[in-house]
Design a protein around this ligand. Structure first.
Ligand SMILES: Cc1ncc(COP(=O)(O)O)c(C=O)c1O
Length: 388
């Protein structure tokens, strides 16, 4: 099988699996005061420290969650719910992940004003437009992707954080697609922002970096005003009640450390594979177009997102799947749902074009053989799917 959907979820790292199993076999609730509980507590806090070192934040700022969706919800809902009246607006770029879009829609139903920020033709959030939106007045929370999970475009996280800090607005960054591929620095991006403003929350998910599904974290600045979504215990600064997943935390820490130590060599390796994949597809299908930033440095190293005019995504995915190739039409949450990608439309493309895209995403186990497999079948698959 040729798995080219690492942005949906990627292989569990063997060392993360081993660590998960080792710790899962230990008995003890990290909130108990006896020896078994204290052992669990030690492993938990060491894992938090290791994760904090990767994310460049302080250990108490790491709130462990069940993954990206929970982290985004806690950040966006939590910041909005602790707003100081009359602030009521959410600054929302157009090409965010559904975890964010749907959270903002739920808050809109409760009275939040949504201030959209159009992205540019490659899917990047223009810093000047974002700065104008956060400075509009009455903003309770702003949110933005570090890197777009569909088209792979990388945003200027530091500049977005600087704009939010200047406007005195709390900002959440979704680093789910970025972690393991780009440098992520909570304190670096936060800079010397005033208390409660600028970058105050940052989301990551374990299953995108080789930790088990069901692990993740939200970094929450000490000065952030954030309402909890779960109630029932004082764990994790009262921000996320419930018995803590020590084995998940340990596996997440191992995967994050490994992803970070491999990052620069792995990004270079994936960039070469991606460029060969893109060049091969564009060479054999003159009508195909690369979406997102054409500058390799402006996009995630493993992301090749292409428009295949006239060929429905579902037909292409079916033909690729029959050839043993797993790819995607966009974010996993949309897979199987015949909805045109909102991200592709946010780039200024038509609804028909948004139904004719494929995202190939490369990862740790990707090789030249995967690229060769796609290049061997894509021309024929396009001819059949488009009827050309
Ligand atoms: C950018 C981004 N944010 C959030 C999520 C949601 O993360 P999870 O699948 O861990 O809930 C994803 C998952 O695809 C994502 O790519």
């Amino acid at each position: 099988m040729h798995y080219l959907d690492h942005a949906a979820t990627t292989d569990l790292r063997p060392e993360a699996a081993e660590e998960w199993l080792r710790v899962a076999r230990l008995t003890g609730n990290a909130s108990s005061t006896h020896g078994a509980g204290q052992q669990a507590r030690r492993i938990l806090e060491e894992s938090r420290e290791r994760l904090a070192a990767v994310l460049e934040c302080d250990p108490p700022e790491v709130v462990l969650t069940s993954g990206g969706t929970e982290s985004v919800n806690l950040a966006v809902q939590g910041l909005w719910r602790s707003r100081i009246a009359p602030a009521d607006a959410v600054v929302l770029p157009d090409a965010e992940h559904h975890a964010t879009l749907d959270t903002a829609a739920a808050l809109a139903a409760e009275g939040a004003r949504v201030l959209p920020v159009p992205v540019d033709a490659v899917g990047r959030i223009p810093v000047d437009r974002f700065a104008a939106a956060v400075a509009a007045g009455g903003v309770a929370v702003a949110t933005a992707l570090v890197a777009n999970n569909e088209v792979g475009t990388v945003n200027d996280a530091a500049a977005l954080a600087h704009a939010a800090a200047g406007a005195g607005v709390p900002l959440h960054l979704d680093a789910v697609a970025a972690l393991g591929h780009l440098p992520v620095s909570f304190h670096g991006w936060r800079g010397d922002a005033p208390a409660g403003a600028g970058l105050v929350a940052l989301s990551v998910a374990g299953h995108k970096i080789g930790a088990p599904v069901g692990t993740g974290a939200l970094v929450v600045a000490r000065t952030a005003r954030l309402a909890a979504l779960l109630h029932g215990g004082a764990q994790q600064r009262g921000l996320r009640a419930g018995t803590q997943d020590v084995a998940g935390a340990a596996a997440l820490a191992v995967a994050a450390e490994r992803a970070e130590s491999d990052r620069s060599a792995e990004s270079a390796r994936l960039g070469v594979l991606r460029d060969r994949l893109v060049a091969g597809i564009l060479g054999s299908i003159p009508d195909a177009r690369l979406l997102g930033d054409g500058d390799p440095l402006g996009r995630l190293p493993g992301n090749a997102h292409l428009l295949f005019p006239g060929a429905p995504s579902e037909s292409l995915l079916f033909l690729l799947d029959r050839a043993g190739i797993s790819a995607s039409a966009g974010s996993a949450c949309q897979a199987g749902v015949a909805e045109p990608s909102h991200v592709v439309q946010a780039l200024g493309r038509s609804e028909a074009e948004a139904r004719s895209v494929i995202r190939f995403s490369l990862g740790r186990t990707s090789t030249d053989a995967d690229v060769d497999a796609v290049l061997a079948v894509i021309g024929d698959a396009y001819a059949r799917a488009s009827g050309r």
